[in-house]
Design a protein around this ligand. Structure first.
Ligand code: MN
Length: 242
């Protein structure tokens, strides 16, 4: 099983979490929030087989870190995975909206040219604008919308574009999240934790807590935990096949 969106580098003790991943044989897509975080975060993957590091540019940092776009382009050939990238339409992020669009469009252009990249995309309160940006880059076909929280029509648009969805225990804990997930084809679903930001019972989710998401999916699909895990594993394999 793979946690497809986790901020491994932001845990208080990332090395201990990384070692535990190896022990439990749980995979993780270790997303970053800025290109300058790449160097330190990839070190966590060295000598460990369960970690893949993604090169990121979080929308909340797009305004302040705009100059790191050059570094993003320089590092892009080093990885197949890109994230966390996207747009955030929350009121607190309004002042950086123009920068967010510039950064996200630039990232998408670079990824489209590079080919074969897999992207973990943030779309909080900006699902329509994220889809508008994606429409300008039809060559990108492996887009994972992480913790999708848009409307049903926005969800349908993303489904029609062929997007993948990574869903976690926090999203599946609410009726709204579960209702969205029930409209996504089972062959497009992956699991994530968004730890350590996302929490459960007042403690940060750790990558191996993706099993909670599997339990929720089993419940939603009215099947066993084993069968749900099998479906998600098959999806992971399909997504990762070049
Ligand atoms: Mn995140």
């Amino acid at each position: 099983m793979i946690d497809f969106h986790c901020h491994l580098d932001l845990f208080p003790n990332p090395k201990a979490v990384a070692d535990e991943l190896e022990r439990r044989r749980v995979g993780v897509l270790s997303v970053t929030t800025t290109p300058s975080a790449w160097a330190g975060t990839t070190r966590l993957a060295k000598g460990r087989s369960m970690i893949r590091t993604a090169l990121g540019f979080h929308p909340e940092l797009a305004g302040a870190r705009y100059r790191e776009l050059e570094l993003f382009d320089r590092l892009l050939p080093e990885t197949r995975f890109v994230g966390e990238v996207g747009l955030d339409g929350s009121p607190q992020q309004r002042s950086s909206w123009e920068s967010q669009i510039l950064v996200f469009d630039h990232v998408l252009t670079s990824c489209e040219q590079a080919r074969g990249k897999i992207l973990s995309v943030h779309s909080r309160r900006a699902a329509t604008q994220v889809m508008d940006c994606l429409d300008r880059h039809p060559g990108l076909d492996k887009i994972i919308l992480h913790w999708f929280s848009g409307t049903k029509p926005e969800l349908r648009r993303a489904v029609e574009r062929g997007c993948w969805f990574s869903v976690g225990p926090a999203m599946l804990a609410g009726a709204r999240g579960r209702s969205l997930v029930s409209e996504i084809a089972t062959d497009r679903l992956l699991v994530e934790t968004d730890g350590p930001f996302a929490q459960k019972d007042h403690r940060p989710l750790r990558p191996w807590d993706v099993t909670d998401a599997i339990d929720c999916l089993a419940d939603l699909w009215e099947t066993t935990r084993q069968r749900a895990a099998q479906v998600v594993r098959a999806n992971e394999a399909a997504l990762l096949t070049p």
